[in-house]
Design a binder for this molecule. Sequence first.
Ligand SMILES: Nc1ncnc2c1ncn2[C@@H]1O[C@H](COP(=O)(O)OP(=O)(O)OP(=O)(O)O)[C@@H](O)[C@H]1O
Ligand SMILES: CC(C)(CO)[C@@H](O)C(=O)[O-]
Ligand code: BAL
Length: 283
Amino acid sequence: MSASPLIARTVPTLRRAVDNLRKRKATIALVPTMGALHDGHVSLVRLAKRRASRVVVSIFVNPTQFAPTEDFGAYPRTWKADIAKLAAEDVDIVWHPGVDAMYPDGFATRIVPEGPAIAGLEDRFRPHFFGGVATVVGKLFTQCRPDFAIFGEKDFQQLRVVSQMTRDLDLGVKVVGSRTVRERDGLAMSSRNVYLSPEERRTAPILYRAMKDSAGRIRAGEAVASAMKRGAATIEAAGFALDYYEARHAETLAPLASRKDGPLRILVAAKLGTTRLIDNIAV
Ligand SMILES: Nc1ncnc2c1ncn2[C@@H]1O[C@H](COP(=O)(O)OP(=O)(O)OP(=O)(O)O)[C@@H](O)[C@H]1O
Ligand SMILES: CC(C)(CO)[C@@H](O)C(=O)[O-]
Ligand code: BAL
């Protein structure tokens, strides 16, 4: 029988719960989320359980990473179903602060990531995004003081930015990436997939198919630029409005002209109607 997790809504409650686990010599893994949980999130929880003896999942739709024109208000919130999923996975603590607990009146500090990991890609199209993510993840780390924190590779640039910030600020957390979980037709699971109309949902897996095709061509010796151009054209022909379709160095995220320059990752962001999807694969 799985037990319901302890739900903490204020920093003192969370701290007491974490301190209690620590007194019992627990190791702790944190899984930061914005809720609307799907099997991708569940896979992060399962990896967390393999890394540590206790698991904390945070559910917080973080306003500071959304631009005023974006979907903060509409973002799916499915609290009851989320808690049922986390109870079934035997999660120990759910950290679910209100906006006032995370950003009390007078809050005036921000972590601003710099350097190659934030050059372009998401940062070009969501310039507010990584500042909001770094600030909230920095807070989540100091609030929960985990040994490990698990992030999905689906948000590949976010994983790199968070790893860099954690190193730079000596936060003492081991950041672990977890592979992307996909639907049967290849679409990366994402909380925002619920926005897709049935027709858009049928089109959406083209993103993954185009990346796989480009990766195959590059592996077979086609020039990176040519394979990427073809992939971008396929995506646009299917009706997506493309933000970017790029091959980058898999570790540094620096732009790469040739496969010989290092391990490659293809990253994409595109809008289908009003829904913005992102994905990436290794070459
Ligand atoms: N399909 C997936 N496979 C593995 N990890 C995932 C997947 N989708 C999301 N994650 C990871 O789950 C964590 C929480 O992400 P979040 O709650 O924003 O979900 P999301 O599905 O990415 O939502 P959104 O649609 O807002 O991008 C992040 O580390 C993210 O990379
Ligand atoms: C890491 C995160 C929970 C920070 O709000 C969010 O960006 C997400 O869900 O990927
Ligand atoms: N999964 C990334 C969170 C966001 O798009 O705001």
